[in-house]
Design a protein around this ligand. Structure first.
Ligand code: BJW
Length: 249
């Protein structure tokens, strides 16, 4: 497991980071939860009740992500540049299930809420890349099984009540980092919403919020900048690479 070195940075991103790429957030007035109830599509119980509906919800979002007009924006690119040019480790922890950070060039990346371009078999547990629609008849490419009430495959994302991914790696990096930056997230879903408190309790890392507007936990951050991610993230990264940690206020 890679260790965060001295001067390590942990970046947490949320749906606001991808908004200007054309993907919807969840809790803004035009967000995903204004059109569909999360209890109907983003819980294990919803999948048990109506797997076809859950497949339909993720099939539509997967097709949107793969359309030609969706791509990384300046915020994704600035974070990839930070990872490439910063002398210590930069761990990017995203709550987003899209692949826009990878497409911008980020490599040290954890998808704590999973990936929409991955499918997991309910029978053999194997997860792998997936870019097509999924339905109840789709066989598992690993074990070949198909059928049953729930079908063989599910989208490889983390629903409410499920354990987020790579938590050990994330908590280790949060413990060791000297800078924690939260970008484009409302701070309403745990455990991600609690990372700033985890970092503060250690008392060593500087904490920064970059968002369109103050998040639920905004007062916990020592430094805050508000505006669209495509502007505030490149500005922040430019300053960090120019002035180092001493340049953060
Ligand atoms: C811009 C912008 C622009 C707009 N530029 N910014 C009571 C207390 C505490 C916890 C719980 C509780 N009851 C239940 C829980 C646990 C539950 C939870 O947190 N519930 C809350 C609702 C209270 N959490 C869970 O169940 C998690 N698992 C868990 O806790 O396991 C147990 C555990 C125990 C111990 C340790 C660790 C774990 C799992 C959560 C799974 C969340 N899944 C989803 C769906 C994933 C798949 C999918 O995408 O469909 O993840 S829900 C959804 O919310 C999605 C997101 O990743 C997540 C966070 O949303 P995000 O990214 O913050 O988006 P928004 O829309 O909320 O905010 C966008 C922000 O961007 C806004 O602030 C805008 O202003 C801003 N913005 N445009 C910059 N241009």
């Amino acid at each position: 497991m890679p260790q965060t070195s001295a001067r390590g940075i942990v970046i947490l991103t949320g749906a606001g980071t991808s908004r200007e790429s054309g993907l919807h957030t969840f809790r803004d007035p035009d967000g995903i939860w204004s059109r569909v109830r999360l209890e109907d599509v983003a819980t294990p119980e919803a999948f048990e009740r109506d797997p076809a509906r859950v497949h339909g919800f993720y099939n539509a979002r997967r097709r949107a992500l793969l359309s030609d007009d969706i791509g990384p924006n300046p915020a994704h690119r600035a974070l990839a540049r930070l990872e490439a040019e910063w002398p210590g480790e930069v761990l990017l922890v995203t709550q987003n299930i899209d692949n826009l950070h990878e497409r911008a060039g980020s490599k040290n990346l954890v998808h704590m809420h999973g990936e929409i371009l991955s499918a997991r078999c309910l029978r053999c547990g194997v997860a792998g890349p997936w870019s097509a629609d999924m339905n109840l008849e789709t066989p598992c490419p690993a074990c070949g099984q198909a059928g049953g009430r729930l079908g063989a495959l599910r989208v490889d994302v983390v629903w409410f009540g499920e354990m987020p991914m790579a938590m050990d790696r994330i908590l280790t990096a949060l413990e060791a980092c000297e800078l924690f930056v939260s970008i484009g997230t409302s701070g309403s879903v745990y455990p991600a919403a609690g990372f700033v408190q985890d970092v503060r309790e250690r008392g060593r890392a500087h904490t920064v919020e970059l968002n369109l507007e103050p998040s639920e936990g905004h007062s916990l951050f020592a430094e805050r900048h508000y505006g669209p991610a495509s502007r505030v993230v490149p500005e922040f990264v430019d300053r960090l690479l120019r002035d180092g940690l001493g340049g953060t206020s």
